[in-house]
Write a protein that binds this ligand. Structure first.
Ligand SMILES: Nc1nc2c(ncn2[C@@H]2O[C@H](COP(=O)(O)OP(=O)(O)OP(=O)(O)O)[C@@H](O)[C@H]2O)c(=O)[nH]1
Length: 443
């Protein structure tokens, strides 16, 4: 943003300098009365006022030559060029013009002077039926024998004879050239009698397309706008940046939350057996490390192993075997407490870690599970039983050692004929030798 503003200021500075130079040396607007097709050009002598001067006109292209036999037989004898711009009262605005130039040659007796009259139509005092009612602004100036004369327009003044004639109040006597309908160039007021030959090659009004005042006002407005807009733009930029960083923060928050969720899911996946949803060995390790109460005495471990599971796979296919494993884990999960942990130890072998549980309680749990398996409905109409080995943890005993003892008890249960519960170091409960349940069994 700052770079943009610097560029704007540099551009504005260059535009300012360029405009000032251009305004000073160029930007010129010219109205050429000797060339404009809508201007009627003519000459006139003083016979209409009772004088006896005589005038003739020769034209050569845009150049005009007025031959005037000036006769001083009246008070104000004169010959003149007349440039009629408008007969309707709708003239041209010369108020923004600065000067008028005459490319002229003058041959004649006495002083070489000319009078410029600029007639301004002002609706509050001028009427179309009386040409004299237009305000007469005039100035008299010396001219060389031949050359260009430049007359500044601000030396024009309202003719006193016209003010007298029109009886204009004081506040209406200011020089105005904002609605010029006629321009006249006359012989001087005191020109000597005799022949005056005046060749006029051009009569041009010069001004600028933009007045100095307009230009300075415009430049000032541009600089003020620039100065005011700087802090406003800076504030807007700041707001946009704040909004952007807010949005970035929100996005980062969302990404963070998604990553956390993903990380949680990954941890869960790493700790869970995908087939049964039970913990895997890594899951048990994590649970033991994060939940100290799991090992609080008394605690027991129950090993459960599906009997003759190989026959399920062999007889009904691996998919049915998987379904049995899922149903087995679900049946056990439904029976254990929420603070017990079910772990798939491998294959068809499961471990139940039971905190705050003694050997007898664990045995009762295993019996309950055994009965549940008997009652459960299994895929493909199968009957599924399991053998259970139990070990209770001695104070300060390593968990690995407890699991090993439970495994040995399980081995004993298998050896004892399966579908029974064996407690490590204890005589298996009488139910361990209970008769086989009815229904299909793989023996
Ligand atoms: N469908 C399926 N079978 C599995 C999976 N993991 C292990 N098994 C099978 O489980 C069977 C285990 O067989 P064994 O170790 O002989 O045990 P068993 O047939 O249950 O016999 P006992 O334990 O002595 O009653 C093997 O055939 C393994 O292929 C599993 O994820 N899905």
């Amino acid at each position: 943003m700052h770079r943009t503003m610097h560029r704007v200021i540099a551009a504005l500075a260059m535009a300012t300098i360029g405009l000032l130079v251009w305004h000073h040396y160029g930007m010129e607007r010219v109205i050429d009365l000797t060339a404009r097709p809508d201007v009627r050009r003519d000459v006139m002598d003083d016979r209409w006022m009772g004088g006896t001067s005589r005038v003739t006109l020769e034209r050569r292209g845009h150049a005009m030559t007025m031959r005037c036999q000036l006769a001083r037989t009246i008070d104000w004898p004169a010959c003149k060029y007349q440039f009629a711009i408008s007969d309707t009262g709708a003239g041209i605005d010369l108020s923004e013009f600065e000067s008028v130039t005459f490319d002229v040659s003058y041959r004649g007796p006495g002083r070489r002077s000319l009078r410029l009259m600029v007639l301004n139509y002002e609706p509050d005092m001028s009427t179309l039926d009386n040409p004299m009612s237009q305000k007469v602004n005039e100035v008299e100036f010396e001219v060389p024998a031949s050359g260009i004369v430049r007359v500044p327009l601000n030396v024009l003044h309202t003719a006193t004879w016209w003010i007298d004639y029109m009886k204009v109040p004081l506040d209406g006597t200011d020089m105005r050239i904002d609605n010029v309908t006629r321009v006249e160039l006359l012989t001087g007021a005191t020109s000597a009698g005799g022949e005056h030959v005046i060749e006029l090659r051009s009569l041009q009004f010069h001004g600028k397309w933009i007045t100095s005042d307009e230009m300075y006002m415009g430049l000032m407005a541009a600089w003020i706008l620039c100065a005011v807009s700087w802090p406003v733009l800076a504030a807007l930029q700041l707001r946009r940046e704040l909004g952007d960083s807010g949005r970035r923060l929100a996005l980062l928050g969302e990404i963070n939350a998604a990553l956390q969720l993903e990380a949680r899911e990954l941890v869960e996946q790493a700790n869970t057996d995908p087939l049964t949803g039970a913990l895997n060995r890594q899951g048990l390790r994590t649970a033991l490390m994060s939940t100290a109460s799991l090992l609080a005495s008394p605690m027991a471990v129950v090993f459960a192993d599906i009997d003759h599971f190989k026959r399920v796979n062999d007889g009904h296919g691996h998919d049915t075997g998987d379904a049995v494993l899922r149903a087995f884990a679900a049946a056990i999960h439904a029976e254990i407490r929420s603070n017990d942990r079910l772990v798939r130890w491998g294959g068809e072998e499961f471990l139940i870690v039971c905190p705050a549980t003694g050997a007898e309680q664990a045995r009762q749990l295993a019996e309950k599970l055994r009965a549940t398996l008997h009652r459960a409905a299994w895929p493909a109409g199968l009957s599924v039983t399991a053998s259970f080995g139990i070990a209770a943890r001695a104070p300060d005993e390593d968990i690995g050692a407890v699991i090993k003892r439970a495994d040995e008890a399980l081995y004993a249960a298998k050896a004892a004929g399966r579908d029974c519960v064996v407690v490590d170091g204890a005589t298996p409960a009488p139910e361990a030798w209970a008769p086989q349940p009815s229904g299909r069994h793989y023996d």
